[in-house]
Design a protein around this ligand. Structure first.
Ligand code: CO
Ligand code: ZN
Length: 343
């Protein structure tokens, strides 16, 4: 889990994935036949084979912010989100502001409860109300920070019981599954492209352009999905449950999985006794949605890692589900030349 820790703690807001990309590149060096970076910043690793052409996508980016304004007097920063945050998860958090001259620690502060009026207590919290405190005078902040500098949340990656928890498990856990699977992969006929995609959180952008270039017949996205198996959520709204295995996605709001791929994956999981669950996510999408619509289209599916508290810094996944995702991906890549894609 040392690698997953490094991936989780690395920075990479949409469009600024350089730090996380470098870590993935290092991890894949020597494991693949080709390793390239395209114009948008997607990292593309190939393990050659006769075919079919398969693209496996996991997004490198994490939800974060860009500095939108620097207060010249007091030095407080205003921030523009890149990706979908729940503002309630952001107060009282530490962040890193990635400036041209290096990283700075910042605080997302809030008014103490002691001075809140009844009206303020009821008011809905908006990201535009938040600010970052760098603990520096305004003129110093103005020298160091520029509009557009990336801001990421700070959080240690830790083990919690049978779970792992940290920031950006969405989708560093997907990246981890891909790296581990590529390392373990033995005989395969498929021509395999792993894509560490950029800008998923702002609209599956890297997946679309990289799939255009690769032109895969089959696309597999690796991403987290909701596990709302927590107090107060009815069984039919939980989407998935932690510890019940890798989720084979049937549908979300960006793609409908190819039924032949779903059938094939279910068959493989049963044959290899890999725990799995079937998933329908009512809202949200993965890179499968981008790959499916590139060029004349690809047959796609998503293998999801069930995750609690998605889009917060305590995202949590079960170690057994992560293992199941790696096992199923390895089995799929070794056998996917057998899949029947006729509808
Ligand atoms: Co996400
Ligand atoms: Zn994701």
């Amino acid at each position: 889990m040392e690698l997953l820790k490094r991936l989780s703690e690395a920075a990479g807001v949409p469009g600024r994935e350089e730090e996380i990309r470098e870590i993935i590149k290092q991890a894949l060096t020597g494991q693949v036949d080709e390793l390239t970076v395209d114009r948008l910043g997607n990292l593309i690793a190939r393990k050659k084979g006769q075919g079919p052409k398969v693209a496996v996508a996991a997004h490198m980016d994490e939800i974060g912010f860009l500095v939108s304004h620097v207060d010249e007097k007091k030095g407080f920063l205003r921030i523009e989100p890149v990706g979908g945050f729940d503002p309630r998860t952001l107060v009282a958090k530490r962040v890193t502001v990635h400036t041209g001259s290096g990283p700075l620690v910042g605080l997302i502060g809030t008014k103490p409860v002691h001075i809140l009026t009844e009206e303020e207590k009821k008011k809905e919290l908006k990201i535009s109300d938040l600010f970052v405190d760098l603990g520096l005078p305004g003129d110093r902040v103005k020298e160091l920070v520029r509009v557009g500098d990336p801001v990421t949340l700070r959080q240690d990656f830790v083990e919690v019981g049978e779970l792992v928890s940290g920031k950006a498990l969405d989708d560093r856990v997907g990246v981890y599954v891909a790296i581990e699977a590529l390392r373990r992969l033995e005989a395969h006929r498929a021509d395999i492209y792993f894509v560490g995609t950029v800008q998923e959180e702002v609209g599956l952008r890297g997946a679309r352009t990289s799939a255009f270039a690769i032109a895969p017949e089959i696309g597999v996205a690796l991403d987290v999905t909701l596990a709302c198996d927590t107090p107060g959520v009815e069984a039919h709204k939980q989407v998935t449950q932690l510890g019940k295995g890798v989720a084979i996605k049937v549908k979300d709001s960006a793609s409908i999985s190819h039924p032949g791929l779903v059938r094939f994956l279910v068959g493989l999981a049963e044959e290899k006794k890999i725990p799995y669950q079937l998933e329908i996510l009512p809202r949200g999408g993965t890179d499968a949605g981008g790959m499916q619509l590139a060029r004349e289209g690809a047959a796609v599916v998503t293998l999801s890692i069930p995750t609690r508290y998605v889009h917060s810094v305590v995202e949590a996944a079960h170690k057994q589900d992560i293992r199941a995702a790696i096992d199923l991906l390895v089995a799929f890549l070794e056998r996917c030349h057998e899949v029947d894609l006729r509808l």
